[in-house]
Write a protein that binds this ligand. Structure first.
Ligand SMILES: Cc1cc2nc3c(=O)[nH]c(=O)nc-3n(C[C@H](O)[C@H](O)[C@H](O)COP(=O)(O)O)c2cc1C
Length: 189
């Protein structure tokens, strides 16, 4: 399992024709939803472009160099964050709902907090996908404003990046990049 989620797992580029069903997508969220977040605020939101119609709506928001990858993937998830995440506090963190510490937070700090937790949730979403045998392909080469316009014009959700999902064509993987050594990336004090 360590190999499947970490040491042998790759970021997807081009995908095979293997289907991903709505049941597969739901099963994936049921695992990923247990990721930690600040005060259990759970600010990550996901929009799964699964139908032809949804993919056509999303495609103009994918930068040209990434479009062939996007076209090959059976599903692409828009990873978003909810700027009004507090509306769920009564469910998620009832002890904070009465006098929310987030209500009067300076806008920049609030935005930073929301995105920190949403991105942490997204990382664990990738791990969950790998655990279930899928290849995840994160992509920030997108037009976030265009995606917000196309999907979130009437909503408090905002796009951050996208993650392609499916079964990758392994012959299309880029050469595996190096990683920093413990000495380069870590300190034990
Ligand atoms: C936030 C983020 C944005 C990325 N954006 C792109 C992208 O726009 N296009 C692309 O082909 N790969 C993109 N990648 C994939 C990275 O290039 C890949 O994860 C990295 O090179 C490690 O590859 P590996 O997981 O196969 O070892 C992105 C990855 C992350 C985490």
């Amino acid at each position: 399992m360590i190999e499947q989620i970490f040491t042998q797992a790759r970021s997807g580029k081009i995908y095979t024709d293997a289907e991903m069903t709505q049941a597969d997508i739901r099963a994936l969220y049921e695992i990923a939803k247990w990721a930690p977040s600040e005060s259990n605020t759970c600010p990550m939101r996901l929009v799964f472009a699964h139908s032809h119609e949804a993919k056509a709506r999303l495609r103009p928001g994918i930068l040209p160099g990434n479009q062939p990858k996007f076209d090959s993937a059976p599903v692409t998830a828009i990873v978003a964050f909810d700027t009004e995440f507090d509306q769920h506090l009564a469910t998620l963190a009832p002890h904070l709902a009465e006098s929310s510490p987030f209500a009067d937070m300076p806008a920049a700090k609030r935005s930073e907090m929301i995105q920190r937790s949403a991105h942490l949730q997204a990382g664990m979403f990738i791990a969950a996908a790998r655990a279930q045998g899928w290849t995840a392909g994160p992509m920030a080469g997108i037009d976030r404003d265009a995606i917000d316009q196309a999907f979130f014009a009437e909503s408090s959700w905002r796009c951050s990046f996208v993650i392609m999902l499916g079964v990758a064509d392994e012959s299309e993987f880029y050469p595996r990049g190096a990683r920093l050594s413990f000495e380069q990336a870590c300190q034990i004090l």
